[in-house]
Design a protein around this ligand. Structure first.
Ligand code: IPE
Ligand code: IPE
Ligand code: MG
Length: 258
């Protein structure tokens, strides 16, 4: 561990001391949580560091939060790592993020704390490098039979492209006579999303102060609860997770009823 990383860890520990904690009801843990891991760049800028340092610190937070979610019984965690729009960033930054993901996937045994975690990468793989694509396939294969929590990493992911992709599959299936037009309903469309077969997304968390979805889980968020915070993702701690879950647990989810 570098000096920078050690200092970062100590700093984070100190900051965490001042974050308000919340009690959560262990019998009502959201089954599926989505996180928009935003604010890495600002976190770095506030400290006079490079944006890449922010992304590295963000990856550390992901390790810690994945582990924590496994511990408290969250069954599905979907994290936004790279959007279809993030290609607009300087090549240097994009390359850094892709390398970081490669590193992250290569270390995954260590990362998931020995938990029986299944890792899936969702999004369009066509644009990513062969090396990263092969690593993704390897990790998915390696973890696919596992029965513990599932971590979906959204990479080159966009909610609109996901819906278009699903619509095309449905249209193709009608054309080939595999299904009838009447078979296309909400359940069928849900099954064609990358998250098909997984429970509804109960809670979406976005740190960094932005109050938008930025093309994340557009289909899946129809009845999700939202939790926003000004904290930048690298500073996000277990306490923030508990705050978000406690808030979720205090809400009255009516799903259109009374
Ligand atoms: C999120 O952090 C990480 C990715 C989008 C890959 P940002 O890099 O967007 O951080 P800010 O929003 O500039 O602070
Ligand atoms: C959303 O964050 C994408 C990820 C966190 C991976 P952005 O930083 O790209 O979103 P905008 O640009 O603020 O909408
Ligand atoms: Mg951002």
């Amino acid at each position: 561990m570098s000096v920078k990383e050690t200092l970062g860890g100590v700093y984070k520990g100190l900051v965490s001391l001042f974050v308000k904690d919340a009690e959560i009801d262990m019998d009502n843990i959201p089954k599926h949580i989505g996180i928009i891991m935003d604010g890495n760049g600002r976190w770095a800028r506030h400290r006079g560091l490079k944006r890449s340092d922010g992304h590295r610190a963000g990856a550390k937070t992901l390790e810690m939060i994945t582990d924590y979610c496994g511990k408290i019984g969250v069954k599905y965690l979907t994290v936004y790592a790279f959007s279809t729009e993030n290609w607009k960033r300087p090549k240097e930054e994009v390359d850094y993020i892709m390398n970081l993901l490669y590193e992250y996937l290569s270390n995954m045994e260590k990362l998931i704390g020995g938990r029986d975690c299944r890792i899936r990468v969702i999004g369009d793989r066509n644009q990513i490098s062969d090396t990263l694509r092969e690593k993704i396939i390897e990790v998915e294969e390696y973890t696919k039979e596992r029965t513990g929590p599932t971590l979906n990493i959204a990479l080159n992911y966009g909610g609109r492209s996901e819906i278009i992709r699903a619509a095309k599959i449905a249209a193709e299936n009608v054309k080939n006579g595999k299904i009838n037009l009447e078979d296309i309903d909400e359940n069928y469309m849900s099954s064609l999303m990358y998250t098909g077969g997984e429970p509804e997304v109960d809670l979406i968390i976005r740190p960094s102060g932005e109050l938008r979805l930025s093309n994340f889980l557009l289909w899946q968020c129809a009845y999700s609860e939202f939790w926003f915070s000004n904290i930048c993702w690298p500073d996000f701690t277990e306490k923030h997770m508990r705050q978000a879950i406690a808030r979720y647990q205090n809400r009255n989810r009516r799903f259109g009823g009374v």
